[in-house]
Design a protein around this ligand. Structure first.
Ligand SMILES: *Cc1c(COP(=O)(O)O)cnc(C)c1O
Length: 431
């Protein structure tokens, strides 16, 4: 075992040495544990703070201080147009045209606003297909939208669960479920990456199938934005939304993001819960009656820009743009690949009595940064606590899962090695 661990160690060292993105770690504050930087594996839950954040906020505080209300039109980034700075970087991250994306509100709120437009039950066509075990907020949003339309959640929501004995959904089963329910589906609403298992769904195939039967198809990309490679426009996804505080490092409660495919931009039939910032820009300040939507994703905005949380988002997105998403994705695959290799080594060594099983699908096309370990004995919580005590920050999800997500902007290959070494030490003690 020690020899194989040493092999992983020297592999990690050489990968760190040759990592063209390694300087990016310096752009983040790494929390300390007993005076030493932690090994932070919870960027899937709350990304770390870019050191530049304070300067970005300071610019807006100064604009407010200096110009008062005039800061809407004066200063470095006039607030009147503030939200527009996000069109370009967000479009690159999710694979969209700049007009198809907008930064606004927060995730669950956006999910509701989008369902107002894109969940239109009619006659027998009133069901929503979703993944079983979706993040609770999504479950509540969908349940209450169904009730809002006078529906019955137990009848109108189809939650797909994996085959018995399996941990994740097979794409073929998702496509079959669409086929089986095609006449009754009003909406397909899936996650991009499931928060619990780390499974990345095949967004393209699901969307293609939905298109065959003209079923509207949307995605919650909370765990996919800034993590998975996305081509929302080309795939023909109808709508999507995400939050910015996970892989996008934009702070707690940070501004969310929305994608609406351009094919919907000129549609005047859509229901909306509108506000002034979605109104046609040229006449927005004429303060007249009658809502005229902008012909872009901006039409879904209700309120004026959340400048301070957007300032943080801008600081983070500038780092993403500097690093380049394809480079980040390549490093992410390699980091998670090393983690995978180390975990397999541990499992091989414990094969007589495996302490955990990996829930996350092995194929890099079916996962993102995160790997989820389902504990098979009662030692999971204790292992998690011992990792934390050693300065290795992972997260514990009831009833018995440890999630580990190395992220390419600030994790090192050595962080991954450290986790593997510590985990095998913990397991050697318990056995
Ligand atoms: C993190 C997360 C949320 C949280 O929603 P907020 O409205 O930002 O609090 C919702 N859905 C999913 C799938 C998530 O991963």
């Amino acid at each position: 075992m020690q020899e194989q661990l040493n092999q992983i160690k020297s592999k990690a060292e050489s990968l760190d040495l040759n990592d063209s993105l390694k300087s990016f770690r310096d752009k983040f504050y790494i929390p300390l544990h007993h005076g030493k930087e932690v090994k932070y594996f919870t960027g899937n839950s709350l990304g770390l703070q870019p050191k530049s954040v304070m300067d970005y906020i300071q610019i807006e505080l100064d604009a407010w201080k200096t110009y008062g209300v005039e800061a809407h039109f004066m200063g470095k980034n006039p607030w009147m147009y503030y939200h527009k700075m996000f069109a370009e970087p967000l479009s690159k991250l999710v694979g969209a045209n700049p007009k198809e994306v907008v930064a606004m509100n927060t995730l669950t709120v956006n999910l509701h606003l989008l369902m107002v437009s894109f969940y239109q039950p009619k006659g027998v066509k009133r069901k929503i297909l979703m993944e079983g075990g979706a993040f609770p907020s999504d479950q509540y949003a969908i349940e209450t939208q169904v009730k809002f339309h006078g529906g019955d959640p137990s009848r109108d929501i189809i939650e797909l669960i994996p085959r018995s004995g399996e941990d994740t959904l097979r794409t073929e089963d998702i496509l079959q479920a669409i086929e089986d329910n095609k006449d009754e589906l009003a909406l397909i609403l899936f996650g991009g990456v499931n928060y619990y298992t780390g499974q990345l769904f095949d967004i393209q195939s699901i969307t293609n199938k939905a298109k065959e039967y003209q079923i509207i198809c949307g995605f919650d990309l909370a765990h996919a934005a800034g993590n998975a490679e996305l081509h929302l426009h080309d795939w023909g996804v109808d709508f999507a939304c995400w939050c910015s505080y996970k892989y996008l490092n934009s702070g707690p409660g940070g501004v969310g993001g929305v994608f609406v495919h351009e094919k919907w931009h000129k549609n005047t039939e859509l229901n909306r819960f509108a506000g002034w910032w979605g109104h046609q820009e040229e006449t927005r300040f004429k303060m007249q009656k009658g809502f005229i939507p902008m012909e872009s994703a901006e039409a879904w905005q209700c309120s004026n820009a959340q400048v301070f949380s957007m300032a943080i988002h801008k600081a983070s997105l500038d780092i993403f743009m500097e690093a380049g998403f394809s480079q980040l994705k390549a490093k992410s695959r390699s980091l998670t690949g090393l983690l995978w290799e180390g975990l397999q080594l541990i499992l091989k060594n414990q094969s007589a009595n495996p302490p955990f099983r990996i829930l996350t699908p092995p194929n890099p096309m079916d996962n993102g940064a995160q790997i989820s370990l389902l504990w098979l004995n009662n030692e999971g919580k204790s292992a998690f606590n011992q990792l934390t005590e050693a300065g290795i920050i992972t997260d514990w999800r009831e009833p018995n899962v440890i999630r580990v997500a190395p992220v390419p902007l600030y994790n090192t290959y050595n962080d991954v090695y450290f986790l593997i070494e510590k985990l095998s030490e913990i397991l050697a003690q318990t056995n």
